[in-house]
Design a protein around this ligand. Structure first.
Ligand code: TXA
Ligand code: MG
Length: 387
């Protein structure tokens, strides 16, 4: 898989360089999206990262890999730069952004205070896929980052390239997922290019991301007694419980099925949904497979193009226009890693009706399973058949 997406992106880049040479332009112009390919463990001394960092310091927008999904970075303190993120993505302006930092010292400049529980989570889980919502220090970042809230969401990503880029830029980076609003988050540089080519200054391509779903967003009550999970993600609820001081309550505000959590403005927006109708079917495979076959046959008779999202072991069972295996049965981590890439394929193939095998998802809502179910149910607009 790595070879093919890398091949795709390099072929596209090579074609563009050729066109540039033919028309006699040696330098990249500002409306071109530059691609810097680096090793997944590149350091801030890498010349490409220094260059990308300089673009950010000048107020540009650069997409970069994190351990969760690709982010679209801009200087969090520069309102004009932050505005270009909203424009490039087509993102509603009242949805605040996460600020990415590389060193603990950067946190003190951004926030008013850090309660003991948050401090403990930071010590245990950063760098890592945990975003903490903390009281913002007035004027520390552009008001466009916080959407006027008194809090700021901060995270330190566990990806060497992300950390190196933040250091090379010398700035805290505002960074939402690097997709067009309404599309799945990108897990490869090729996804970013598909959505944002020509709309951003550059993409640092450090290979496919690891977790595949976004970070956990959490808010600690001001007295430190309770952690509220506003968005399930890369750090599981179980891991938060382990890391928190003994006796701290951990509550999930946005359960797998919640459509909206008013505390996290992002949760109120329509999330990615494929252009086709997606239905999740859950239960024993003895029941779900025949149900899926019947319902796919009906869709076909109606003249719709059909698709199935399933596990590798079952991909031979279906007769559909597009069958996409997403990991193997029982491996939620692999499924999480592949979910967004799988969902993109149905739109590319113009599929009108999609059945997603949900198996025993309700029993698998531990670990990354909770975030996986949350994103899949949202993509399905909560159309779930339980057998
Ligand atoms: O893994 C991730 O978190 C990725 C990578 C790039 O870091 N980023 C990401 O950003 O998913 P985005 O913008 O797609 O999602 C940010 C979420 C939204 O749901 C937003 O509403 C919430 O964080 N958020 C940001 N600031 C907040 C705040 N002050 N209070 C509550 N929620 C906030
Ligand atoms: Mg997003």
């Amino acid at each position: 898989m790595t070879a093919s997406w890398n091949g795709d992106i390099m072929a596209k880049e090579a074609r563009r360089i050729q066109v540039f040479r033919e028309i006699g332009i040696a330098e990249w112009t500002m409306d071109m999206t530059r691609i810097w390919q680096v090793e997944p463990d590149a350091s801030e001394a890498h010349p490409f990262l220094l260059e990308a960092g300089a673009v950010l310091a000048r107020g540009g927008t650069v997409a970069f890999p994190t351990e969760t999904v690709y982010g679209l970075g801009a200087n969090a303190c520069d309102t004009k730069a932050v505005e270009s993120i909203f424009t490039a993505k087509g993102r509603p302006s009242d949805n605040p952004l996460i600020v990415h930092i590389a060193d603990a010292g950067q946190l003190d400049e951004l926030v008013e205070r850090v309660d003991d529980t948050s401090r403990r989570l930071i010590d245990e889980l950063w760098p890592g896929p945990l975003t903490l919502v903390l009281p913002a220090r007035a004027g520390a970042v552009s008001p466009r980052v916080t959407a006027g809230l008194a809090t700021v969401a901060v995270r330190m990503p566990a990806h060497p390239v992300a950390l190196a880029l933040i250091r090379a830029a010398g700035l805290p980076l505002a960074g939402p997922s690097a997709n067009r609003s309404g599309r799945p988050s990108p897990t490869t540089a090729a996804h970013v290019l598909d959505d944002l080519d020509g709309r951003i200054d550059g993409i640092v391509d450090g290979g496919p991301t690891g977790v595949g779903l976004e970070s956990t967003v959490a808010l600690v009550d001001s007295d430190g007694s309770r952690i509220r999970v506003l968005r399930p993600g890369g750090v599981s609820v179980e891991r938060l419980r382990e890391a928190a001081p003994p006796g701290t309550a951990v509550e999930v505000e946005a359960s797998a099925e919640a459509v909206e959590a008013p505390l996290s403005p992002g949760m109120k927006y329509t999330h990615y949904a494929p252009r086709g109708r997606l239905v999740v079917v859950e239960g024993d495979a003895k029941l779900t497979v025949p149900w899926a076959l019947k319902s796919l046959a009906e869709a076909k008779r109606r003249g719709e193009r059909t698709g199935v999202l399933t596990v590798r072991e079952h991909s031979g069972l279906y007769d559909a226009d597009l069958v996409v295996p997403c990991g193997s049965a029982g491996d939620m981590e692999e499924a999480a890693r592949g979910l967004y890439a799988a969902l993109r394929k149905f739109d590319e193939a113009g599929i009108g009706y999609i059945v997603a095998e949900g198996y025993d998802l309700p029993q698998r809502m531990q670990g990354i399973g909770l975030a996986f179910a949350n994103r899949l149910y949202k993509a399905a607009g909560h159309r779930i058949v339980r057998l």
